[in-house]
Design a protein around this ligand. Structure first.
Ligand code: XMP
Length: 338
């Protein structure tokens, strides 16, 4: 993959400096350049990384492990709002690599903080704050680590109107880290667009399931359970979401929607299963096509396909009474429900 350098003069200069005056540069050149840059910046010291399992932090971890085997410690905070098997998949993807992975099972702690909270903004705030608290506690246990790596990518900084590195120093996307944390930032993806990050992930042999991940909100399933969040609702949602995702993952790439997931609507309805009346939750299916996630439309898939998915969800998850399809375009609807 050739990197399109239009508008990224600093990246062009860095690549020229590191790789010579080639006509065009590829993602392999970028990797060579960043391996050297990271080694020069960090030397023999240690680096800390908050691993979320998203594409950016995963590729960042893979690159740093290649550059600095044995010097990277990743903290993965499992807030219990991940999708089915996601925590285990993240752990498995990095098992056997030359890094230290600390998985913090903080599910109970998050559920406790979220108990009874129904306002979406309050949920986001609680999840964000608790996340930082757990991350902070874990990193404090590790003693002094001078470097903090982040999977910052070019669109994160491009909006500030510069492609220079000065702004980066004040920018950090961990958000809310205490002012007195004296980390120097390591941001090896900061010149790349998302598709280039995915390409780099493939080059670094990350599993396709991680590299091709859809966007997933930081607050996770916390904003896909409408109303108060309970373990029971999360379990129902995870099971329904897994059925939807398995069905759409199996579609050919050119007809697969851009993003798809299930929502626990928090509404109960009456259903009939065999001879049994059930009064249980309504699950909504969301599947959208979009190029930039700023506007989106309901994915134009056959209704029969959604019908089969709805049937499986209602049959296989005892509590679920009904499945509905969200056909709202964005705008006015957002992609997520909260
Ligand atoms: P909306 O719901 O605003 O979402 O149409 C647009 C895209 O952003 C994702 N999203 C988030 N991503 N933290 C994130 O990292 C968040 O809090 C968040 N909220 C929405 C959403 O999944 C969609 O892809």
């Amino acid at each position: 993959m050739t990197i399109n350098l239009t508008g990224r003069d600093t990246l062009r200069a860095l690549l020229q400096q590191a790789c010579g005056t080639a006509e065009s540069y590829t993602i392999e050149h970028y990797l060579t350049m960043q391996l050297a840059a990271v080694r020069q910046q960090v030397g023999s010291q240690n680096v800390l990384l908050g691993l979320s399992g998203g594409v950016d932090s995963s590729v960042c971890a893979a690159l740093l492990t290649r550059a600095l085997p044995g010097q990277l410690t990743c903290v993965f905070v499992d807030h219990g709002l991940m999708r089915q098997h996601e925590g285990d998949e993240i752990e498995a993807a990095f098992a056997g690599q030359a890094l230290t992975l600390i998985r913090v099972n903080a599910q109970a702690r998050f559920l406790q903080k979220l108990a009874g909270i129904i306002d979406p903004e309050q949920k986001r705030k609680i999840i964000g704050e608790e996340f930082i608290r757990v991350f902070d506690e874990e990193s404090a246990k590790l003693g002094t680590i001078p470097f903090l790596a982040q999977g910052t990518i070019y669109p994160d900084i491009a909006e500030s109107g510069t492609d220079g590195s000065e702004v980066i120093k004040s920018h950090h996307n961990v958000g809310g880290l205490p002012e007195d944390m004296q980390f120097a930032l390591v941001e090896p993806l900061k010149w790349l667009y998302k598709e280039e990050v995915r390409e780099l992930g493939r080059l670094l042999a990350l599993p396709a399931a991680l590299v091709n991940r859809q966007p997933f909100p930081g607050p996770g399933l916390g904003v896909r359970v409408i109303g108060d969040i309970t373990q029971e609702k999360l379990d129902v949602l995870r099971a329904a979401d897994a059925i939807l995702r398995a069905a759409l993952d199996a579609l050919p790439a050119d007809s697969r929607p851009s993003q798809y997931f299930a929502v626990h609507t928090g509404v109960n309805s009456v259903g009939l299963k065999g001879e049994q009346r059930v009064y249980g939750p309504v699950i909504a299916l969301r599947a959208v096509v979009t190029s930039d996630f700023m506007t989106a439309a309901c994915a134009p898939l056959p209704l029969e396909l959604f019908g089969r998915i709805a049937q499986r969800i209602a049959e296989e998850i005892p509590a679920v009474s009904r499945v509905v399809l969200d056909i709202t375009p964005k705008p006015p609807g957002t992609i997520e429900w909260e």
